[in-house]
Each structure stands twice: as structure tokens, then as C-alpha cells.
Design a protein around this ligand. Structure first.
Ligand code: GAR
Length: 199
């Protein structure tokens, strides 16, 4: 059985591309049913469209409240029959209502080794703090930002010569490997035992 996945993006969409490519393998337990962007200039939409994936632009600026924006997201995902939602560089905070409805089916990738460096500018903060290991995390989304049960993490080294650019490229390459592996685990239902409902 192949689980239908919805991917939410805001910009470049390179993690979404990594998920699309992984899903192309015949034995992968999920497929991308829909890609939603909240910004009209999101480059990732073009990539998805060219591969015949259903795309939808839902701009948060078109809605008076966050609840109305999230209701539109929810309706679109539900109508597409989506069963797992992957946040892939989706730069809007999702409210408690949306998160509760999708609990155990809503996953996110974050560019740090959580719980270190929640929030933005993770690479700059990692360099400033002097850590020797940095990386990325895929986790279930909970009501608190960048929390929720961790599905997988990848460490990368931090070198003395690193800049934000060199470090972020190393982490991004790790993200592209990690996210498909974690989606595979969730699609297979391997996280039921965590008590986070899961699939
Ligand atoms: C990725 O590094 C992702 O981890 C990060 O945004 C980038 C999106 O790149 N997400 C967050 O910071 C979420 N808090 P992409 O659009 O090329 O996938």
C-alpha cells in the first residue's frame, strides 16, 4: 500500500524534491499526492508541476486569520486524500487546531540537532556557539515549535573554517538523505509504539 503524502513548502523546495525522488522508487511506501506552497514565488511548485504532481498555491496573505488559512490547508489536504503531511521548509507556524487534527501524521524537518537551536538562523547560531557537531532533525509536529517526538537525526561536523554557507550546504545534503528515510518509517507505521498515535 502506498500512503498519500501532502508536502507544504514556502520556497526553494529542495527537501520536497528529495521526497519526490525517493517516492519514485517502486517499493517506497508513500507517494506525493499534493504539494502546497504559501508563497507565489516558491520555486518548488514548478518542479512538482513538471513532474505531474498536483500543486496548489494557498497564500496566507489572502486570509484574515491564521485559522482561516489553516482551514483552507486542511480542506485541500483532505480533499486530496492525504494521510501524512510533510513540512519541508514551510515557514509558517501552524496553530494548535491544525496540529491536533493532524497529530501523528504531521512531520517536519528542522536544520539543527533538536533540542539545540530551535527557531531560525540555526547555522549562524551553531557557528557562534562553537559546537563541533550540528545537523538536522525530522520530528512529529506538536503544539510547541520545533518540539514533538524525534523520528531521526543526522549529525554533521562543524569545521573551524566553516561559514554559514558551507555549514548550511553540508546540513542540507544530510536533510535530503534523512527526510525520505523518516517518511518511509512513518508511512510504514513504525512509530505507533511511541504513543504519539502515528498511523
Ligand atoms: C531547510 O533547511 C529546512 O530544514 C528549513 O528550511 C530549509 C528549506 O529548504 N526549515 C526550517 O528552518 C523550518 N523551521 P528547502 O526549501 O530547499 O527544502
Amino acid at each position: 500500500m502506498s500512503v498519500p503524502v501532502g508536502v507544504l513548502i514556502s520556497g526553494r523546495g529542495s527537501n520536497m524534491q528529495a521526497l519526490v525522488k525517493a517516492c519514485a522508487a517502486p517499493d517506497f511506501p508513500a507517494h506525493i499526492a499534493l504539494v502546497i506552497a504559501n508563497c507565489a514565488d516558491s520555486e518548488g511548485l514548478k518542479f512538482a508541476h513538471e513532474r505531474g504532481i498536483k500543486i496548489k498555491l494557498i497564500e496566507h496573505t489572502d486570509f484574515e486569520t491564521r485559522e482561516a488559512f489553516e482551514a483552507a490547508l486542511h480542506t485541500t489536504l483532505s480533499e486530496a486524500g492525504v494521510d501524512i503531511v510533510c513540512l519541508a521548509g514551510f515557514m509558517r507556524l501552524l496553530g494548535a487546531g491544525f496540529v491536533r487534527v493532524w497529530k501523528g501524521k504531521l512531520i517536519n524537518i528542522h536544520p539543527s540537532l533538536l533540542p539545540a537551536f530551535r527557531g531560525l538562523n540555526t547555522h549562524r547560531r551553531a557557528l557562534e556557539s562553537g559546537v563541533k557537531q550540528h545537523g538536522c532533525t525530522v520530528h512529529f509536529v506538536s503544539v510547541k515549535m520545533d518540539e514533538g517526538p524525534i523520528i531521526g537525526q543526522t549529525e554533521v561536523p562543524v569545521y573551524e573554517t566553516d561559514t554559514v554557507d558551507t555549514l548550511s550546504s553540508r546540513v542540507l545534503a544530510a536533510e535530503h538523505q534523512l527526510y525520505p528515510k523518516c517518511l518511509q518509517l512513518v508511512a510504514q507505521g513504525d512509530f505507533r509504539s511511541l504513543g504519539f498515535e502515528g498511523r
